[in-house]
Design a protein around this ligand. Structure first.
Ligand SMILES: N[C@@H](CCC(=O)N[C@@H](CS)C(=O)NCC(=O)O)C(=O)O
Length: 204
């Protein structure tokens, strides 16, 4: 069976867990101990030499890294990837955007310092800058969602999975969502899907 190498407290990892749940696809969950830097130990570097999660390892031994690529690959051929080339390119556009503006800066970084490392107090300036960036991007998402239910076309796609991963963690990172009602309504739609799992949900 294929295996997902991940951290329970990572948004990038959660995006893959959420998609796998949406697809109803079984997998082996290999959670790494982030506190003890298991991602930098030889056993894991043999899986991903960059020492990062998530990584998707198939029974054949081949490994795919980078959450956006893993999402695209796992959802290939399903209703979560638009068949129309223009809509598919729009979906990819949001996946690239997510990595640059929601994961590596803004809400992703605010989440990292406040929730993952607990450095909210010692890194005050950095955390506030990340929150400000997050608000700029939330305003952008808010405008895009005006009159739309989903990010691309008229159905739930991998773009929604990718953007939801960190965006819904904004309150945990000290960023209020009330000024963004379209974003809040979209999050409710995502969370209401029958196979949705929450960030903190772990398989029984
Ligand atoms: N662009 C990569 C980012 C991967 C990444 O930054 N992973 C973090 C967890 S969210 C990690 O493994 N950090 C541990 C480290 O860098 O040592 C992706 O989307 O998969």
């Amino acid at each position: 069976m294929a295996r997902l190498h991940h951290f329970w407290n990572s948004g990038n990892s959660y995006k893959i867990r959420l998609l796998l749940s949406e697809l109803g696809r079984p997998y082996d969950s290999a959670a790494l101990d982030r506190a003890n830097r298991a991602q930098k130990e030889a056993a894991y570097l043999a899986v991903n030499p960059r020492g990062q999660v998530p990584a998707w390892e198939e029974a054949s031994g081949r490994v795919l890294t980078e959450s956006a690529a893993i999402l695209s690959y796992l959802a290939h051929g399903t209703a979560l990837v638009p068949k129309d080339p223009w809509l598919q390119a729009q979906m990819l556009s949001w996946l690239f955007y997510e990595q640059q503006h929601l994961c590596n800066q803004g809400v992703g970084m605010a989440h990292y310092w406040t929730f993952v490392t607990g450095q909210g107090e010692t890194k005050k300036a950095e955390v506030e800058a990340a929150r400000e960036k997050a608000r700029t991007e939330l305003a952008y998402l808010e405008r895009h969602l005006q009159g739309r239910e989903w990010f691309v076309g008229d159905s739930f796609t991998v773009a929604d999975v990718a953007i939801y991963g960190y965006t819904h963690r904004a309150p945990v990172a000290g960023i209020a969502l009330e000024p963004y009602p379209n974003v809040m309504a979209w999050m409710k739609r995502v969370a209401a899907r029958p196979r949705h799992i929450r960030f903190e949900d772990k398989p029984a």
